[in-house]
Design a protein around this ligand. Sequence first.
Ligand code: ADP
Ligand code: MG
Length: 328
Amino acid sequence: MGEFDLIARYFTRKPQRAALGVGDDCALLQPRPGTQLAISSDMLVEGRHFLSTVNPAFLGHKALAVNLSDLAACGAEPLAFTLALSLPQADPAWLEPFSRGLLALADAHGCELVGGDTTRGPLNICITVFGEVPVVAGRSQALLRSGARAGDDLYASGTLGDARLALEVFRGNLSVPEAVFAQARQRMEQPTPRVALGQALRGIATAAVDVSDGLLGDLGHVLAASGVGACIDTSIAIDLIASCADSLGAPGTFSLNQRLAFVLAGGDDYELAFTAPPSAREAVMAAARLTQTAVTRIGRIEPEPGLRLVDARGRLLDETYASFDHFA
Ligand code: ADP
Ligand code: MG
């Protein structure tokens, strides 16, 4: 199978909203009047972001999911994406499930594949997504990292720490009951980008970020961009890890501190962390209900820079938890 057969067979479909899709030198997109384009790229490298043994269908899903998560964090509606793919060989047994997993998630979000590049080399998947954000009365409705204000509440969507738990089991550092692992592994391999929630939070949230490297690290970007600090109630945050919820019979397999470390610094979660004023609590919960996404208030934004962790009684904890950094 040659390069162009491969593109035609696995990655070419009839354009939907795009004016022109795969097959020419450029794709053509027409954003709707009154919208801005939101653009983001993410690369997945074998051995760095995924294990060579992963199911290719899950890999296709995840490659797009991590990009859709960036659109979600901006409150953008997915429009289209491009796929730059470096492959060791043109293997239908890999390409068929990979494109199926990728395009199923694309269809679920109405995000069409409009172009890309295909080359031989080590397995490397780079996706660029394009989304639309409304501009109202000359103002972009995009959610930014820079909008958090002292006094705002701090929220997290969904669950945190499960992907990291699965990774530690894969690495042989941790042993958990089968049901716990299955749930965690699903979160690691097939993350759910919070696309609907991000859009529902436009005009409500003051700042947002998606949690890819770990809550503390990603929240740190919001605090730096907004010039504020934050305090997290760890007695609430610790319950955000789903795979070792008490109902699964996991307590005792690892320490509370380890569990908190997974939640605060686990990485690969693809949830949203966001801020909103206390006057918007009802609106936040309405957005959560509307989009059927769990949302938990885990702390608040404070004027003093830095991130503080407190227990249920408000006492400061002194543990530090490091987020993921490729070059640290
Ligand atoms: P060019 O050399 O002009 O960049 P290519 O020959 O690389 O174009 O690609 C031919 C067409 O196929 C282009 O429209 C390109 O966007 C598309 N394409 C290439 N690889 C992929 C891919 N992995 N997924 C989707 N479209 C692709
Ligand atoms: Mg090319």
